[in-house]
Design a binder for this molecule. Structure first.
Ligand code: ADP
Ligand code: TPW
Length: 584
């Protein structure tokens, strides 16, 4: 017998701890404080959605990706963190893309994360399942677009997407996640180290002192100054300083649609009820987070009291904006102040002491007079109680309900349903009014409502034209499924704009703007266990809304409006080509 060494097995090395693409995406989002995903499952992201839910993220599943995308974008606006939308490849991606483009246009921070098919097959166009070059298609519609091919790059991909979405002018970001990425494995510890907790994702941008000085000098010289607050001002969350700027200077202000409530609409310095007087008459206009786009008639023309051949009204403009390229986009900006609104307004306030001259009394008195006249006229209209209801009589109820519930979110879309609601329903708190924004896009209604309820827990009231509602109506199931406190009010006038158009050729088809008469939209909500109400009077509308808010149950009130009520395209009839033809 030889000297045989005892055969002792070496201690088994612990099996390497592995992670994979699924977990790295989820961990990267969690590491950056993202707690909610809006989306719609399917190959290749079903397991990602399941695992995200398993890991404690809130995963809100929709019936159509466009609505999930709108939800993500408005969650971004409400929270200041990028809203995440998760979709499948090609068709699901395209369904989400409208919302991504809308987010970019509106400066809402959002990340569209879509699964995609195999690069090798896509690039050779060999016909993969849901084959599409998604990155190329998303790029022109997004603020930034990235693709991650390797699990070890997920941390960088997510970090870049977050930074791009929320820094500078916020916008929509596309993040392409090929199917193969999710199953890739790597050492768990190396994976953990590859993730990035983004430091200071939306850094302050301090305005140059000389830009602030120039703006203050111009503002001080004004005889008829005006401040215009846009949704950028609402997004900036500089509520107290913006209020101080308005109140210390005593300058009248106009809120753009989604800036309503930044100061309560009942504030005595609000010039909203004298809009058509102040725009042409003002001599110095300070834009705070508002672009001189079509919504402000590009800063020229009749709205601005056109005085020269180019249609400029002679106003001087101060523009506070984070985008250095925004100034001069439509008319000359005399004093651009580039920086984040919080920093810009704080810098302006530092130069506005107790000795700041109040605007001339004549200017304030002229505005007050117009305001009083218009408010009295509106009060008279709102007091009427016609049968069937008019937009005004129905919205008088909504106005009272919102006044009694100032914390509620108000989602709003349609044409007349939009314009009248904006004019009639006062808002009392910042970032509570969510609407069709820069594009006037129909279809945001239920996506915005779901997101507002999910991220805030507050009551949501959605005032919808009957056409507008149809774009996202199936999401009432989503509202019921998550049992959200959403009260949808469909202002039902039997069609797009109104319900009385006739087929000019006299054929069997109804006119293109007309819907089924007396459609029972409330039954859609009942179909999924929510509450439906049919309201032909103000009392019925009020009772249904009060019950909805008291019980916090998903509710749809079908509010029957005179089908002859409503003008073509609401307040923007003049943008229709035939109207332009007539003007020419
Ligand atoms: P509205 O439609 O209400 O007039 P816009 O969407 O046209 O508003 O304009 C919003 C503007 O606000 C954009 O030009 C955007 O660059 C700017 N903006 C957004 N967030 C900030 C911020 N935090 N600081 C400064 N400007 C901002
Ligand atoms: C994505 C065009 C603007 S407003 C509107 C449409 C179809 C609906 C108006 O009817 P509604 O409201 O909602 O019944 P009301 O109160 O006037 O009766 N597709 C998209 N976006 C837009 N803006 C349109 C079409 C449009």
């Amino acid at each position: 017998m030889g000297n045989v060494e005892p055969q002792v097995a070496p201690p088994a090395a612990a099996p390497p701890q592995l992670t994979d693409g699924f977990h790295l995406v989820i961990d990267a989002l969690k590491l950056n404080g993202i707690d909610t995903i809006f989306g719609l499952p399917g190959i290749p992201i079903t397991d990602l959605a399941r695992m995200a839910q398993g890991a404690g993220l809130r995963v809100i599943s929709f019936r159509h990706e466009q609505n999930a995308g709108y939800a993500a974008s408005i969650a971004g606006f409400i929270t200041g963190k990028p809203g995440i939308c998760l979709t499948v490849s090609a068709p699901g991606f395209l369904n989400g893309l409208t919302a991504l483009a809308n987010a970019t246009t509106n400066c809402f921070p959002m990340i569209l994360m879509s699964g995609s098919s195999e690069r090798e097959i896509v690039d050779l166009q060999q016909g993969d399942y849901e084959e599409m070059d998604q990155l190329a298609i998303a790029r022109p519609l997004a603020k930034a677009a990235f693709r991650v091919l390797h699990a070890e790059d997920i941390g960088v991909g997510v970090a870049r997407a977050i930074r791009a979405a929320v820094s500078g002018r916020p916008g929509g970001v596309y993040l392409d996640l090929p199917a193969k990425l999710f199953a890739q494995t790597m050492d768990a510890e190396a994976g953990r180290r590859s993730l990035i907790a983004v430091v200071d994702p939306a850094p302050r941008q301090i305005p140059a002192p000389e830009a602030v000085g120039r703006a203050l000098a111009l503002l001080r010289s004004a005889q008829r100054p005006l401040i215009v607050l846009g949704k950028g001002a609402a997004y900036a969350r500089a509520d107290a300083d913006i209020r101080a700027l308005v109140e210390r200077t005593g300058i009248p202000y106009l809120p753009m649609s989604m800036a309503k409530g930044l100061l309560p609409d009942t504030h005595e310095q609000s010039a909203a009820a004298a809009r058509s007087y102040v725009l042409p008459e003002a001599d110095v206009v300070m834009l705070v987070g508002a672009r001189l786009n079509w919504l402000l008639s590009h800063g020229k023309g009749k709205t601005w009291g056109a005085r020269d051949a180019k249609g400029w009204g002679g106003q001087k403009f101060i523009q506070i904006d984070i985008s250095p390229q925004e100034a001069d986009s439509n008319v000359r900006i005399d004093a651009p102040v580039v920086g984040d609104i919080g920093s810009c307004v704080a810098a302006l306030l530092a130069g506005i002491g107790a000795d700041w001259p109040k605007p001339p009394a004549g200017w304030l008195a002229a505005i007050a007079e117009r305001k009083a006249k218009n408010i009295a006229k509106m009060a008279e209209t709102l007091a009427k109680n016609p049968s069937p209801m008019s937009f005004h009589s129905a919205l008088a109820v909504v106005r009272d309900i919102v006044r009694e519930n100032p914390r509620a979110y108000l989602v709003n879309e349609g044409a007349n349903a939009l314009d009248f609601t904006r004019a009639i329903v006062d808002m009392y708190q910042p970032r509570k009014r969510l609407d069709v924004g820069t594009w006037g896009v129909m279809g945001i209604g239920m996506g915005f409502s779901v997101a507002a309820a999910v991220v805030s827990g507050e009551q949501v009231i959605a005032v919808e034209g009957d056409s507008a509602f149809g774009f996202s109506g199936m999401e009432v199931e989503t509202i019921c499924r998550y049992n959200l406190p959403v009260c949808v009010v469909v202002l039902n006038n039997n069609g797009v704009y109104r319900g009385t158009d006739v087929n000019p050729a006299g054929g069997p088809d109804v006119a293109p703007t007309v819907f089924v008469k007396d459609a029972r939209y409330e039954k859609l909500m009942e179909a999924f266990g929510g509450v439906g109400a049919y309201a032909t009077t103000r009392a019925e509308l009020r009772a249904a809304m009060e019950t909805a808010i008291r019980t916090r149950r998903p509710t749809l009130v079908n509010a029957i409006i005179d089908e002859t009520a409503g003008t073509e395209s609401g307040r923007i009839t003049s943008l229709n080509p035939s109207a332009k033809q007539k003007q020419a």
